[in-house]
Design a protein around this ligand. Sequence first.
Ligand code: PLP
Length: 375
Amino acid sequence: MGAMDVWLADAARVRGRRDMERFTRLHPEAVVDFAGNDYLDLSRHPQVVAAACEAMERHGAGARASRVVTGTLQVHARLEQALCQLTGREAALVFSSGYTANLGILGALSSPDTLLVLDAHIHASLIDGARASRSPVATFAHQDLAALDTVLAERTQRRAVVAVESVYSVLGDATDLAAMVEVCRRHDAVLVVDEAHGIGVLGQGRGAVHAAGLADADDVIVTATLSKALGSMGGAVLGSAALRDHLVNAARSFLFDTALAPAPAAAAASACAVIEAEPSRVQRLHDVADLLANELGVARTPGAVQSRPMPSAADAFRVSQQLREAGVLVGCFRPPSVPDGISRLRVTAHSDAAHSDVCRAAQLIRELTSVGAPA
Ligand SMILES: Cc1ncc(COP(=O)(O)O)c(C=O)c1O
């Protein structure tokens, strides 16, 4: 056995001990999907798919270069315009993913004299962005405004940037953005809001920042993924025109990354238009989320993500496998992927889910976890 084999075998043993093996399995087409993030079922919307095909025909399969070399295409400009129209923001800059958008914004705002302050439940991409940045980093207890106030008040750095999610990806809880921005403003801190699970879902699809009346606020920056409610892939940072100019010059994951391919860019722009044209789609998503939470017997979260705590990691894995065998996909989240350490099934609503599928999935989950039907 070579040194590399020993190394990898050691790592596999540790995963095995923690019951933390992950897989990239092919999922059969004929499943009921309550695990994905295609909240508005736009990834297969005819208009969205047609826009992608047309862009691929016209511009080719790839963007061929970074945006600052020859990679900026008409589809990128149209997408940025569509994102601004949907969210009410002045300017947008599109990245190749939500992950690189988050790396880009934190890196571009960082300096040794800027404290980055992260909510303890923040997504891995913002943690990685903070780690890779030139800034010192602090965290505050999840959603704890008093703790945030203390961190900001006691900082020695001139500037501060606070990062939160509008809707948290695993627990599904939402941030009180009005209260959060008030604390930030008290301490001259900029607020970065990751709307990966907010855009297309909250505020009639325009996002939580728009719903909170903060679309015009220069000190509130939005990051987004195009891979969830917009049904495509890619990411974006939305804010002022000056912020966009700064990112074009300072965000390394924008500068040194090939531009988003034409097809997903056109698909996401089309998805923005569909959200504006079909408000009933967002309403249907919320109706499904209401039903799902009710049938699961859990408190309804504000977004699409409903979360069902499980007694143990082994139970979460067992039930998710049994559901899979029955043709129902749900997310299985176990430590270390759960911020509060509690294993859970993550069950996501989507607008076109059939009433009967929601009821069947919830009934199976109840039966497999030996919990009685809701009253
Ligand atoms: C909160 C949050 N931020 C960022 C991302 C990254 O987005 P993308 O998948 O487009 O890289 C995700 C998705 O996994 C997410 O849930």
